[in-house]
Write a protein that binds this ligand. Structure first.
Ligand code: FES
Ligand code: FES
Length: 149
């Protein structure tokens, strides 16, 4: 079946199977910043924004995304670079596998949360695992990024 998506601002038509997940549709169409980890909604590395909200693309049927706006990290180059700068300064940038999904989640967090507490930040990140860090550097980086106008 054909579905229409707006990916990073571009209108696209993809031919998908009825049981195909968005992660597979995106990766086979070269959006390879969207990563595969657990494949069962536990790790968050497949996160994309669907109509601006973070979602695990490994468990989101492509046909359900028909007509929606999808954002991968390539769609937010300036903010992603800014977020990467904060992560680097706080020593939170290690293997980088979680970076695209983390950047999208933090970007969405900044749009959604007003003056978040530390607990609000932690709650928003639930489901975004990082196998390298102890999360403290990331937390400092996110707080610094959220304070920038
Ligand atoms: S690959 Fe989707 S949550 Fe882990
Ligand atoms: S930096 Fe390696 S998984 Fe997060």
């Amino acid at each position: 079946m054909k579905i229409k998506l707006k990916v990073n601002g571009e209108n696209k038509v993809f031919d998908v199977k009825a049981d195909e997940y968005l992660l597979d549709t995106l990766r086979k169409n070269n959006y390879v910043s969207v990563r595969r980890g657990c494949d069962n909604t536990s790790c968050g590395v497949c996160t994309v924004l669907i109509n601006g909200n973070p979602a695990a693309s490994c468990s989101y049927l492509s046909c359900k995304a028909d007509g929606k706006e999808i954002t991968t990290v390539e769609g937010i180059p300036e903010e992603a670079a800014k977020i990467a700068g904060f992560f680097g300064r706080e020593g939170a940038d290690q293997c980088g596998f979680c970076n695209p999904s983390m950047a999208l989640t933090v970007y969405a967090m900044k749009k959604e949360l007003v003056n978040p507490t530390d607990d609000d930040i932690r709650s928003y990140l639930v489901g975004n695992l990082c196998r390298c860090s102890g999360y403290q550097g990331q937390h400092r980086a996110i707080k610094a990024y959220l304070e920038v106008e």
